[in-house]
Design a protein. Structure first.
Length: 283
């Protein structure tokens, strides 16, 4: 969605109500479904792998639902600005109550809701977001998060330099958390870790697993599930990346990545329309 359309619909929603924004974003996402077959094909391939042997029409139906469920993200951004419009329930908060670590985000549901929930806990949080030149709306979202007191860092060059920055290390040493997506690459030539998922080999960002290993901090995968006007932020028990020797590091990181992917698979089987990843997930 172009930034000027987003801003125009946001203004109209404030004047006429959220239904106005929902109606037009539903039409726009429907247009993407019909007129961008390449992206639709990526969704169809994903759902065929997620539900093998099922009806030939199931992937088409799930892709349709995926596109339109994604349209709710835009209106929910406006609802977040209105007190009382959205109720957020956090499951597994006790997992992160007494420590620091890496919060592993995914393109499952609305991560901005989770960011605001974490901010409400009073915890120190640093969110890494990949810079993509074609996502002007994301830049506006980052500005909104900053206004809510949430610190974001744009990883526009070398992710290792960003992770090893003084700000990142200080955040963890002070008992804080670093949040980063575990299911999407944002830089050409970015370092990756190979793992098995749904019968395919996928390439995940290496940085969160390598950083967890180097600094001996746990990884906490979490997912955001929308149920009507209520959101559930589900925080899973920690994944530890431990290696007794240099030669075992690769195996340790791959094992951690595959444990994360197992959680991702279970979550998506239960909530397939929450998958907001519209590019091929494997080679």
């Amino acid at each position: 969605m172009k930034i000027f359309i987003y801003r125009l619909l946001s203004l109209a929603a404030r004047l006429f109500g959220f239904w106005f924004f929902s109606f037009f974003t539903w039409i726009i996402t429907g247009g993407f479904y019909f007129f961008f077959p390449g992206r639709r094909r990526a969704s169809l391939d994903f759902y065929r792998a997620l539900f093998p042997g099922r009806s030939r029409w199931l992937p088409w139906r799930l892709a349709w639902r995926q596109y339109h469920h994604f349209s709710t993200v835009f209106v929910d951004r406006l609802r977040l600005e209105s007190p009382g419009e959205i109720n957020i329930i956090t499951e597994g908060r006790e997992e992160i109550r007494h420590g620091n670590g890496i919060l592993l985000m995914s393109h499952v549901g609305n991560w901005e809701v989770a960011a605001r929930a974490f901010r409400g806990f009073g915890m120190k949080l640093l969110i890494f977001i990949g810079e993509r030149q074609d996502e002007a709306i994301e830049k506006e979202v980052k500005s909104d998060l900053a206004g809510a007191g949430i610190t974001t860092v744009v990883a526009s060059e070398n992710e290792d330099q960003v992770f090893n920055s003084f700000e990142s290390i200080r955040c963890l040493k002070e008992g804080g958390f670093i949040a980063i997506a575990g299911d999407r690459l944002w830089l050409p030539g970015q370092k990756t870790i190979s793992a098995s998922f749904l019968g395919h080999v996928v390439e995940l960002p290496r940085a969160p697993f390598g950083f967890a290993l180097a600094l001996k901090v746990p990884i906490y995968p979490f997912f955001t599930i929308k149920e009507k006007s209520e959101f559930r932020v589900i925080i899973h028990p920690p994944i530890y990346v431990e290696a007794a020797s240099r030669g075992e590091r690769e195996t340790a990181m791959r094992g951690a990545a595959e444990r994360y992917l197992s959680l991702l698979e279970v979550t998506l089987r239960a909530h397939p329309d929450h998958w907001y990843h519209f590019e091929p997930f494997w080679k």
